[in-house]
Write a protein that binds this ligand. Structure first.
Ligand code: SAH
Ligand code: SF4
Length: 367
């Protein structure tokens, strides 16, 4: 007899998985065994989980949903970057990107189908928002990529996970926290908290809440040194201006004992890349637990922006370095397959464009 799966173990934090097993009359160690299968070995077929009792295997086979997102297309860049376009149901597509580098491999995961925050330079924002991904869909991206990539010298090739794909992770708070828990857990993906990075455009209340729920690394998309410009580039700034955002960042660093907050700054020619703007940025961050990641703008059709020249970029960086702020320039990877930051567009059907006021209502509701 076939029944619709009512158990969803994938992406559940250890405690919640133990509760799921308690509901089945099983001991907590069964949850730990299942986690080892799903994440340690990438096995999602209960029949192959040989240390579970026959009855439990049978229950899981009948009632548990272990399905992964389906691969729609796979693209590989000349530089080794791999992008999967994944079906998230009902004609919706999301994207996951693997970026191999010397000594590490970073998986960039999506947290939503589309994004409602409408930053003016972002392809995902242009698409509008469709829906939040579940923790199973977020963790499913990691399981899938692990499987596809295979092991390197017996180890997973994924050493870092960054929430820099499609969507605003803090607008999908509960699923994000669940996913972080699985990524960091010794029975999950065993990543140190410094190797899991949540990138946000600046949802202040959720940054404050995040500090109570996880101690993952935080990256904040700043992009402008003053409110007038940031209001235009990152519209959420109208609700949570820079001073309020930075306060939340310093509190996050203190509460989580973080080495520092990473500030992302997309370099837009003639918009935010002058030396005066670099000095204003330095003033905001000097003597704080902060480092800056300068991102060359990745163009997409109709964006209306241009990438800063290498000279402007290096002058900007120099000002920050002279102020004692650790600053790196992110190398653009995978731009030949539109896999670079801000180029992930996927496909959003039934798109909803929400006015800022309405959207904020929805964000509060999510949290
Ligand atoms: N929503 C989150 C995370 C996803 S975006 C956030 O905004 O932080 C990941 C990073 O890509 C952010 O820093 C974002 O500002 C940046 N980004 C967006 N569009 C870009 C583009 N066209 N070129 C370069 N970076 C871009
Ligand atoms: Fe959303 Fe981030 Fe893109 Fe802004 S930059 S629209 S928050 S995905």
């Amino acid at each position: 007899m076939n029944v619709t799966p009512d158990l969803k173990p994938l992406g559940l934090p250890r405690q919640e998985l133990e509760q799921l097993f308690a509901g089945l009359g099983e001991k907590p160690f069964r949850a730990r065994q299942l986690m080892r299968w799903m994440y340690g070995r990438g096995v999602l077929d209960p029949a192959a989980m040989t240390d579970l009792s026959g009855a439990l295997r049978e229950t899981l086979a009948r009632r548990a949903d272990f399905s992964l997102p389906l691969i729609d297309t796979l693209q590989e860049s000349a530089d080794g970057t791999t992008k999967w376009r994944l079906a998230a149901g009902a004609g919706q597509l999301i994207e996951t990107v693997f970026i191999p580098e010397e000594g590490r491999g970073t998986l960039c995961v999506s947290s939503q189908v589309g994004c409602a925050l409408d930053c003016s330079f972002c392809a995902t924002g242009r698409q509008g928002f469709n829906r939040n991904l579940t923790a199973a869909e977020i963790i499913g991206q990691v399981v899938l990529a692990n499987r596809e990539l295979g092991l390197l010298a017996g180890r997973s090739r994924i050493t870092n996970v960054v929430f820099m794909g499609m969507g605003e992770p803090l607008a999908n708070f509960r699923a994000l926290v669940q996913a972080c828990s699985v990524l960091i857990d010794d029975l999950g993906f065993q990543l140190s908290r410094r190797r899991v990075t949540v990138s946000t455009s600046g949802l202040v209340p959720q940054i404050r809440k995040l500090a109570q729920e996880t101690n993952a690394a935080l990256a904040v998309s700043l992009h402008a040194p003053d409110d007038a410009l940031r209001d235009v580039l990152v519209p959420i700034n109208r609700r949570h201006p820079i001073a309020e955002l930075l306060d939340a960042c310093w509190d996050y660093a203190a509460a989580t004992n973080a080495v520092g907050i990473t500030f992302e700054y997309v370099m837009l020619a003639g918009v935010n890349d002058s030396e005066a703007q670099a000095r204003a940025l330095a003033k905001l961050l000097v003597n704080r637990p902060a480092k800056v990641n300068l991102i060359p703008f990745n163009p997409f059709p109709g964006s209306g922006y241009r990438r800063s020249t290498p000279e402007a970029l290096s002058r900007f960086r120099q000002v920050l370095l002279e102020a004692g702020i650790m600053t790196i320039t992110r190398r653009t990877r995978g731009d030949d397959i539109d896999a670079a930051c801000g180029q992930l567009a996927g496909q959003v059907s039934n798109r909803v464009r929400v006015a800022l006021g309405d959207k904020l209502h929805e964000i509060r509701w999510q949290a």
